[in-house]
Write a protein that binds this ligand. Structure first.
Ligand SMILES: NC(=O)c1ccc[n+]([C@@H]2O[C@H](COP(=O)([O-])OP(=O)(O)OC[C@H]3O[C@@H](n4cnc5c(N)ncnc54)[C@H](OP(=O)(O)O)[C@@H]3O)[C@@H](O)[C@H]2O)c1
Length: 293
């Protein structure tokens, strides 16, 4: 790779006091059998069949300098949080674990929002046990449930924060209006929305969160692998930089806004190293504009 970023741009202060690496790791795909892990229909239902490999991958990520790990109670019905704890507990200084509550999995194909405030609090308590922690660094509301007032859902997370069980509160798949409404109830440290070069509907949320000092954690940052292949629209710029298309997909996000912290997922040690190395890849303004369109 030819260009290096200024290292001061390689971290973001979550909630203004918790610095995390600007390439995080999304643990969702560390589930089930390798053949079942990719694509939108991946079951995300059971613990990984090769647990030792998954544990080794998480530890390798930490060794490579990743300090933000994203999981959820809904990933493999809590088994993903248990895996994080098995690999990373006791957590080394600087490691931040982000989890989510507010989506239930009644069957393998279903992801159903459930925002009853008592349920949110129960799931946070279970997350604390599974993560072997006395405080969740970042607790994200997985989805806003239209069946319950926002005040009650964010209020439940706020109560956990006041009890010292949650450090920062985040949201997921929200609009600018929803961020504003949530901020009126509690401080919001992060927003996790689907965002990649091929899916740009949340541009306004990126700009709004940047202006508010809120981290934007794009999920599906490499479009579930679609932006990584040789036919990727990023292949030309990747060739110019001596980088891979997936690295350019991540570098484009880092360049797009200083509050963006992608959380690419992979079960491959080689892909993990490639993704983390994207932190050191800088696009020229011309390359950014050509990609950005
Ligand atoms: N808040 C939400 O509602 C929500 C929804 C979905 C996901 N998420 C979070 O976002 C994270 C990221 O999402 P994701 O993992 O589904 O999508 P992604 O990061 O866009 O893509 C992951 C896919 O790309 C492949 N890949 C990764 N790095 C690669 C590379 N360098 N070269 C080639 N292929 C590569 C992986 O396969 P290999 O294993 O073969 O590398 C995997 O199939 C999740 O882990 C989860 O934490 C949140």
């Amino acid at each position: 790779m030819t260009n290096m970023t200024n290292l001061t741009h390689t971290t973001f202060a979550l909630g203004s006091d918790l610095p995390v690496s600007r390439i995080g790791y999304g643990a969702m795909r560390l589930t089930g059998a390798p053949a079942d892990r990719s694509g939108a229909g991946a079951p995300i239902w059971r613990a990984p069949t090769d647990r030792d490999a998954a544990v080794a991958l998480l530890r390798r990520a930490a060794d490579l300098g990743v300090t933000l790990f994203d999981t959820a109670d809904a990933y493999a019905l809590g088994a993903n949080e248990e895996l994080i704890a098995e690999a990373l507990h006791p957590y080394r200084d600087g490691v931040t674990i982000a989890t989510k509550v507010g989506v239930v999995r009644p069957s393998v194909g279903e992801w159903v929002p459930l925002g009853h405030p008592a349920y949110l609090r129960q799931q946070a308590e279970l997350a604390l046990r599974r993560l072997k922690s006395d405080r969740i660094d970042l607790l994200q509301l997985h989805r806003i449930d239209p069946e319950y007032p926002l005040e009650e859902q964010i209020g439940a997370l706020r109560q956990l924060q006041e009890e010292g069980k949650v450090r920062h509160i985040g949201l997921s798949e929200v609009s600018v209006e929803q961020v504003t409404a949530a901020e009126a109830i509690a401080p919001i440290a992060s927003v996790q929305n689907m965002y990649n070069l091929a899916t740009r509907e949340h541009e306004a949320v990126v700009d709004h969160t940047a202006a508010r000092g809120i981290a934007f954690l794009p999920f599906f940052p490499i479009a579930m692998g679609e932006l990584a292949g040789p036919d990727s629209p990023l292949a030309a710029v990747a060739g110019e930089l001596g980088a891979s298309p997936s690295q350019v997909a991540l570098a484009w996000q880092l360049h797009r806004s200083p509050n963006i912290v992608p959380i690419p997922g992979t079960s491959s040690p080689a892909h993990l190293e490639e993704n983390v190395a994207a932190l050191q890849l800088a696009l020229t303004e011309d390359q950014f504009k050509r990609i950005n369109g």
